[in-house]
Structure formats: C-alpha cells, structure tokens
Write a protein that binds this ligand. Structure first.
Ligand SMILES: C[S@@+](CC[C@H](N)C(=O)[O-])C[C@H]1O[C@@H](n2cnc3c(N)ncnc32)[C@H](O)[C@@H]1O
Length: 280
C-alpha cells in the first residue's frame, strides 16, 4: 500500500473506533480487561475518564517513564487520551501533557474527555507524528502506545521525536514489532493494519531506526509474545467459527486470502515491546 493509502485506511479505522466510543455503546468492560492485562492497575484506570480507555494499547509506557512534577510530556498518537490523563496526574499543575493524533474524531473525543473531567494541564493537537506540531527542544518526555507501527514513515517519526525532545530528554514507547517477515497477503490486509500488525517493522530494524535518529542508551524494557488470541464461537448453523483477536481487534480469518494455519500462527511473528531511549 502507498503511504497515503495507509494513512487513509488507519484514519478511517480509528474514526470508527472513536465514534463507537463516544456513542453509548463502547465495550468498556472489554477495554478494562485489555488494559489490566497490559499492566494498568484498577486504581489507575478508575482515575481517568472511562471513554479514554478503548483497549487500544500494547503496553503501559507511563508506568516506567518515571514522570516528575513539572515535566512536559508529548504522547504520539494519543487516541482517547488514556496515557495523557495518567501522565497529567504525575506531572501536576506545573507540568503539561500534549497529545497528538491525526484522527479528528479521536482529538474531539480526547478534548471532550479532558473538559468533562477538568484536566487543565492536558492539550490535544491534531497532527501527524511524522510532522510533529511541537517546537525543537521543547519536550522532556515522549511517550507512545501502539502507534508507530501504523506509520509508513517510521524513521521520520523517530527523527521528529528526537528534534522536539530537549537535550537530556527521554522517550518511552510501547509498540508491536515483527520477529519474522509477514506474507504479502497479511501485509496488505487493512484490518490487520488497524490491528497494529501489517505495518509493523522487524524488531532489529525498528531499534536501528531509533539509533539512526540520534537516540542513545536504547533498552527494550518489556516484551510480550501473547498478543494474539484465538476465539471459537458457534455460528448459527452449528459449525465452529474461528476468529483471531489481536490487540483488541477481532479478525475474521475467512476475510484474509491466506492459509488458515499461517494466520493462526501470526502470534509467533509479532511481539509487543516497550523501549526506553535518551537524547543525551
Ligand atoms: C492503536 S491506537 C492507540 C491510541 C492510544 N495511544 C491508546 O493507547 O489508547 C492508534 C492511534 O494513533 C493514531 N495514529 C495512527 N497513525 C498516526 C499518525 N501517523 N500520526 C498521528 N496519529 C496517528 C490513530 O488515529 C489512533 O488514535
């Protein structure tokens, strides 16, 4: 897929997710389960607006970011604002959190969440992470949760992250990476793109891009291989139907023109990691 087509497909998918969440019918309990599995505590989740947690992450970057009072934090691909609201409590009134997202409906949802819940030190900006709407050397900490895999220009994202960070700043990102290359059919599947699989980069290449941007002390802090889940349900005709759930997105494997076994083995090709890197 061309870069423009990837972005349109991603934006369309997350527009639907944002609209579902801001309507009455978001699957709140499922989102809480996904987030608990990623290490968010119930205390953390109850301290933020319910609508901000849509179960879209693949790690818990703020948990290991050691955020301090007064710091300025930038969240790449902030969605409904989950990690921004957690960060906002840690940096306090003297600090500030900026969320950037390219999907207008996500920005509306996040702003609504902030306003209704009186978060005054959080701001959401519409923009692309390949072209960050932030000044050079203005940010103490960059966080991101399950977003950079969706970008067709990952090197540019890391270059931008490096540009806006202050000297001495740090980046803590959770993301999906590949342990082995994916087939053409899987890479071109739009549902698997939105599920944070098709756009993912090989782990070594991903870490190399962070280094190429100028970051140092790069460490993979956490990794998890249990991202996919098979679900078997019974169809109306009594036949079992196998579905694959990846990062909270349910994939009907019949929709993918690929060997069923290859799809069910997808979990062995992907990993969720949390990386820390510094701008020294
Ligand atoms: C998987 S969701 C994660 C949302 C949030 N980080 C969370 O954990 O709840 C991905 C988000 O990244 C945004 N996004 C994807 N690609 C982007 C890009 N190139 N620039 C800005 N935002 C992007 C999407 O609109 C969506 O809101």
């Amino acid at each position: 897929m061309e870069s423009k087509e990837v972005k349109k497909s991603v934006r369309d998918s997350y527009t639907k997710v944002a609209k579902r969440s801001s309507s009455c019918c978001g699957e709140e309990s499922k989102s809480v389960d996904v987030s608990k599995a990623l290490g968010y505590s119930l205390d953390e989740l109850s301290s933020i607006p319910d609508e901000a947690n849509m179960g879209l992450g693949c790690g818990n970057p703020t948990a290991i970011a050691s955020l301090k009072e007064g710091e300025v934090v930038l969240d790449l691909g902030s969605g409904g604002g989950l990690d921004c609201f957690l960060a906002s409590q840690k940096v306090g009134d003297t600090g500030k959190v900026i969320g950037v997202d390219m999907t207008p409906d996500m920005i509306d949802l996040a702003r609504d969440n902030a306003e209704k819940n009186s978060f005054t030190n959080v701001e959401f900006r519409l923009g692309e992470i390949e072209n960050l709407p932030a000044a050079d050397n203005s940010i103490d900490v960059i966080i991101s949760n399950c977003v950079i895999n969706l970008s067709p220009e990952k090197q540019r994202v890391f270059n931008e992250a490096f540009r806006v960070l202050k000297q001495g700043g740090r980046m803590i990102i959770s993301d999906i990476v590949l342990l082995k290359p994916l087939s053409e059919a899987i890479r071109n599947n739009k549902k698997l793109l939105a599920a944070c699989v098709s756009g993912a980069e090989l782990k070594n290449k991903y870490l190399e891009m962070i280094e190429n941007a100028g970051f140092e002390d790069i460490q993979v802090k956490q990794k998890s291989d249990n991202i996919t889940q098979e679900v078997e349900r019974e169809k109306e005709d009594g036949e079992p139907e196998v579905k694959l759930v990846i990062d909270g997105v349910t994939i009907d494997i019949e929709d993918i023109n690929e060997d069923k076994e290859d799809i069910l083995n997808l979990g062995k090709s992907i990993q969720s990691i949390t990386v820390i890197a510094n701008k020294n």
